[in-house]
Write a protein that binds this ligand. Structure first.
Ligand SMILES: [Zn+2]
Length: 307
């Protein structure tokens, strides 16, 4: 793969051995070198410009949120500096942030492709983690409130008798380039732009291997039978917490029987057709492939480049 895929370049040392080191954490929270990413309802503070970047702020500018118990996630160390994400959703008017030199709160999906690879990866981590905390404030065993632990990487039930521990989840999604000879199977869902094609995808279910999930999803959505499955690459997809697992799958049959709930259309395409669709991926012309930030685009590209 020649283009680094969006969200795959996170190079934090996550330093999990420090997540419960209270002294070290207290020092980092006061260290003027430490960097904090303020997030407002899952939107990230960004300095927009020719090369947009995360608007990391020093601790004194987020002190209010450090003091009031806002969700704080230790993202990791980079170049010897501790980096955190902090939830500042209590800011009433995000268009008028606490300091005039702050950037703007921007939707992660719309900005990530413009950031450098590491920073896009940092956003994926921060967005998934904050989203999980927001939606898991209560213990799923007994229903009592839970509290943040391990610098954000766990929550513990507040009822001592229960003590339930809960951990942030990652949901595996198989996304598969189904091929048969020199043709591949692509489709698009009923809620997607017409004739913007993607590789087929679906959640891996409990008790399934990746290969079984791939075969089941393709059979359910298109009726096509698949044999050999080969892993290609993966991509965190923080909406809210998926891990896209890109695979190649060899079809053993060709006839398509569409599941209309999952797909509006699916068809077989040649390499020349797919090259043309890739070239149009950032235009409004159709038929086109999904944009380069999607792993489907990269799988299709890799297939057209295969000898
Ligand atoms: Zn509980």
């Amino acid at each position: 793969m020649t283009t680094p895929l969006v969200f795959t370049g996170n190079c934090f040392d996550r330093a999990s051995h420090l997540r419960n080191d209270a002294n070290w954490l207290a020092e980092q929270k006061q260290d003027p070198k430490s960097r904090f990413l303020p997030m407002h309802r899952l939107k990230a503070l960004i300095q927009l410009g020719e090369s947009s970047q995360i608007d990391w702020r020093p601790s004194d500018e987020v002190q209010e949120y450090l003091d009031d118990g806002s969700t704080l996630i230790f993202l990791g160390n980079h170049d010897g500096i501790a980096h955190f994400a902090i939830d500042v959703s209590t800011i009433e008017n995000p268009k008028a942030p606490p300091s005039s030199n702050w950037g703007k709160f921007i939707d992660v999906r719309s900005i990530s492709a413009q950031l450098n690879s590491h920073e896009a990866g940092a956003l994926a981590q921060a967005r998934s983690m904050l989203s999980w905390h927001e939606n898991h404030r209560f213990c799923s065993v007994c229903g009592a409130p839970s509290v943040l632990k391990d610098s954000g990487y766990a929550r513990k039930c507040s009822q001592e008798a229960c003590g339930g521990m809960h951990f942030p989840r990652t949901d595996p999604v198989a996304i598969m380039m189904v091929t048969r000879g020199d043709r591949c199977l692509l489709g698009y869902g009923p809620h997607f732009p017409k004739e913007q094609y993607s590789a087929l995808a679906g959640f891996i279910e409990p008790g399934e291997t990746i290969e079984q999930g791939v075969r089941r999803e393709i059979l359910e959505e298109t009726g096509v039978i698949v044999g050999n499955v080969r892993y290609h690459s993966s991509q965190p997809w923080p909406y809210p917490s998926s891990l896209m697992i890109g695979c190649f799958a060899e079809a053993l049959s060709e006839e398509i029987t569409l599941d209309p709930v999952e797909l509006a259309h699916a068809d077989w395409f040649t390499k020349d057709q797919v090259r043309d669709m890739l070239a149009k991926s950032l235009t409004r012309d159709t038929p086109r492939m999904s944009p380069p930030l999607a792993i489907a685009h990269q799988l299709a590209k890799a297939w057209t480049e295969e000898k």
